[in-house]
Ligand binder design. Sequence first.
Ligand SMILES: [Zn+2]
Length: 271
Amino acid sequence: MGFENTGRVWSPSSFSTYLATLTPPAWATAVTLHHTAAPSLAQRPNGFTAQHLSNLRHFYEVTLGWSSAPHLFIDDDQLWGMCDFRKQGVHAVSFNRSAIGIEVLGDYDKESPRSGRGLACWRTAAQATRLIADWLKLPITPATILFHRDDPKTTKTCPGTRILKDWIIDLINSAAAPNTGPIPDRTGKPPLDVTLAANQWRYVGERWCIPVRAYLLKKGVADSVIAANLKKQGSQFFFGLELLEGAFYDQTTSSTWAPVHELTSLPPAQP
Ligand SMILES: [Zn+2]
């Protein structure tokens, strides 16, 4: 059976960590990109949910009667699993035996991949593809980055007539590997004036977090002001009267960390 990962969801960062735990399979020498076509972006205004993936599994397993399915489904910012990455999936007749199958949310015969949500989905797909290629130790070439329509046994336009090979290869090549620096999270982007070293960023609870004191010192807030305002009440941290949602105390650095957007949205501290 090839539905083991249904229910799993990753960010690009946590996906990188997950892949590192798996031994790359020798059969996988390429990645094949697809679009879902239906559903389109318009039909999934908030991307996928776990229920959508459960429905997709039912479609492949029961409606189609397939023994397996694509490996990954991608929306604006998340990676949803289905087939185990070490097993051959079912997604393109000529490529099932040699390629990891990735489905990108949207209908790219009609919807644009160059802006808005279409671009967000393809950027996320490019990151996922880059991570899989790195995991499999594959170069990024037209022979390793396949489109479903490259299969001579299909007449489909998949992943959509608006997706061009050179464009996606550029996007994959420019996709930054995660864990090497700040990457925007779902709810807030690191501002340009956050000049903290890479080791002062951590991806925790699906959010980028930074040490509160180190950040505020960089912002020019006096140590005495930080000490007077940063408080713990029960399991929650406050700065002045503002709740720092998602903040936590880290034993290894002996400091309080908080999601970056919680800090950048703080009002000016009162001495
Ligand atoms: Zn396809």
